[in-house]
Design a protein around this ligand. Structure first.
Ligand SMILES: Cc1ncc(COP(=O)(O)O)c(C=O)c1O
Ligand SMILES: [Zn+2]
Length: 391
């Protein structure tokens, strides 16, 4: 049985070269930058209507016309997506921005939004015949990849920095992955994956180094619009490591507009990074197109400990096109605002999610966000995996 996918081809985000989508592929063979999936959106719009969506399943596969999986048996499902958009009235009142909403991604399988990207990446890799999968990860992505690989019975190889909290390591092991701890950061782990891919034929599912994780992450944009009655907020605050979610949502907004689901208004996109690992913020401020590697990256937010991002130019493009900004927050503020969010909303956020609230408070103080604006924060993961931070 085939899906309603209207995927047509892949297109390089940098040089524009196009490729057939029926092959296992990583970065653009011409310029080594990320490949983006293209669809026949006019065709997708015929069946993926607002009305039709009302009776679709409460997971991300409800948007199957604009997802890449072709065979129904290759859709690996663990309950990913359709997370709640929580109206945080009490929190909003406390910080002076009553229309504050939280997209709570901690309810995804394996407790983070990484499930979205890996559900799609692993489903496609399986569909296209990959035999073994490998990933470099700061933590959450490894757990998600291990889960989807286990669900479909593919061997999984995980490379994580050796100081990653035990919970992340244990999760991967219980899910059957082969875990290697690396003396270095995620980019060093990436190098180990590339070696293994060359030597043993593993398929590399590093973020943005294959075309499909972004397709999973973009569903956050579709869900946000649908949950807000096909409107978008004034501001989206997103904790940015590799930036896949931000790039994905930006892509989703364009697709939705072309399908007639939303208009041309876009939210101002805000990247939040940690004070001691902020390559995108620095490049944004210096008006660069690419972000240089950040030396000595250090933060308690493992997902933000990403010193270099292959999709840097796509993140920076989206921030600028949206009239957005990029801002850093110190680790102490993440810990503090996790408590504030927890107490005022009932959500126990990952430090990355708490970073969004810390950034919102700073931007309100600066007058960059007006008190009457609608602001969506992404709590990208559960605080439970980081409970040692508050212990
Ligand atoms: C909880 C959490 N938030 C945010 C991020 C950063 O996500 P992205 O790579 O989409 O920028 C990560 C990545 O590991 C993460 O685990
Ligand atoms: Zn290219």
């Amino acid at each position: 049985m085939t899906t309603k996918s209207t995927m047509t081809h892949l297109e390089c985000g940098k040089c524009g070269a196009t490729y057939a989508a029926n092959q296992l592929i990583n970065l653009c063979p011409v310029c080594s930058r990320p490949l983006l999936v293209r669809y026949d959106l006019a065709k997708a719009a015929q069946t993926m209507t607002k009305e039709a969506l009302k009776s679709r399943p409460a997971n991300l596969w409800r948007y199957e016309e604009v997802l890449p999986v072709q065979r129904r048996d290759a859709m690996i499902m663990l309950g990913e997506g359709w997370t709640p958009l929580i109206s945080a009235g009490r929190l909003g009142a406390e910080i002076g921005c009553p229309n504050t909403l939280i997209k709570d991604e901690s309810l995804n399988p394996t407790g983070s939004f990484k499930a979205r990207g890996l559900a799609l990446a692993v489903s496609r890799a399986y569909e296209l015949g990959a035999k073994e999968l490998a990933i470099p990860s700061a933590g959450n992505a490894a757990g998600a990849m291990s889960a989807y690989a286990a669900a479909v019975g593919l061997p999984a190889y995980v490379f994580m920095p050796k100081d990653v909290p035990a919970t992340f390591q244990v999760e991967c092991k219980v899910l059957g992955a082969q875990v290697t701890l690396v003396d270095g950061l995620i980019n060093d782990c990436g190098a180990r994956v590339r070696e293994g891919a060359a030597k043993y034929g593993w398929f590399d599912v590093s973020t943005l180094k294959e075309p499909y994780r972004i397709e999973g992450k973009k569903t956050m944009g579709y869900e946000l619009a649908e949950q807000m009655g096909w409107t978008l907020p004034d501001v989206i605050i997103y904790p940015t490591g590799g930036g896949t979610g931000l790039i994905g949502m930006w892509k989703a907004f364009d697709e939705m507009e072309q399908m007639g689901l939303i208009g041309s208004k876009r939210p101002r996109m805000v990247t939040v990074q940690a004070e001691n690992c902020a390559p995108i913020v620095r490049a944004f401020q210096q008006e660069e197109e690419h972000a240089e590697l950040w030396q000595g990256a250090k933060t308690i937010a493992d997902g933000l400990r990403v010193p270099v991002a292959v999709g840097d130019f796509l993140i920076l493009r989206a921030l600028r096109a949206s009239g957005g900004t990029a801002i850093t927050v110190p680790d102490a503020a993440m810990l503090h605002y996790a408590n504030v969010m927890g107490k005022q909303t009932g959500i126990f956020p990952a430090p990355e999610g708490a970073a969004c609230l810390a950034a919102q408070v700073q931007l309100l103080e600066q007058g960059w966000i007006k008190p009457d604006e609608t602001v969506v924060l992404f709590n990208t993961g559960s605080g439970l995996k980081y409970s040692h931070l508050w212990a």
